[in-house]
Design a protein. Structure first.
Length: 136
């Protein structure tokens, strides 16, 4: 049984942004010669999230619009009294900050259009995505 823990860095440029990190994760899998197992991708940030979805421009704009509509960045949130980013924390609760991805024959077992997406909710910032692999 193999256990491996590492992280990748992602720099965001906007307050709200969706970054496709699939290539970075695939490179990490190849570099470490991983074969079959489970990969936990996790971001230790309360104002960013991870999703598995399509990397299509219109859909990414829809996701951001949807999260803004649900969390109302201009809202009268109590957390905004100390830090004006309550919307980002609320969106993180909705989307989540981790994903489990099967690794089969050295590749992430993603659906045809699925990509691993980091969703920035309070940028720009440098984000960390932790990668924890258990397998052979």
């Amino acid at each position: 049984m193999k256990f491996l823990e590492d992280s990748i860095k992602v720099s965001t440029k906007s307050t709200f942004e969706i970054v496709d990190i699939t290539g970075q994760v695939e490179t990490w899998i190849e570099t470490n010669k991983l074969k079959n197992g489970i990969l936990l991708a996790y971001t230790p940030h309360t104002t960013a999230a991870l999703a598995l979805n399509e990397n299509e421009k219109g859909l990414k704009e829809d996701i951001i619009s949807f999260l803004k509509e649900l969390t109302k960045p201009e809202g009268n949130w109590k957390h905004n009294l100390i830090d004006v980013n309550a919307h980002a924390h609320l969106a993180n609760i909705i989307v989540g900050n981790d994903r489990i991805i099967p690794i089969v024959k050295g590749r992430p077992a993603l659906g045809t259009w699925q990509r691993i997406l980091l969703i920035e909710l309070d940028g720009p910032r440098e984000r960390t995505v932790k990668l924890i692999y258990i397998g052979e």
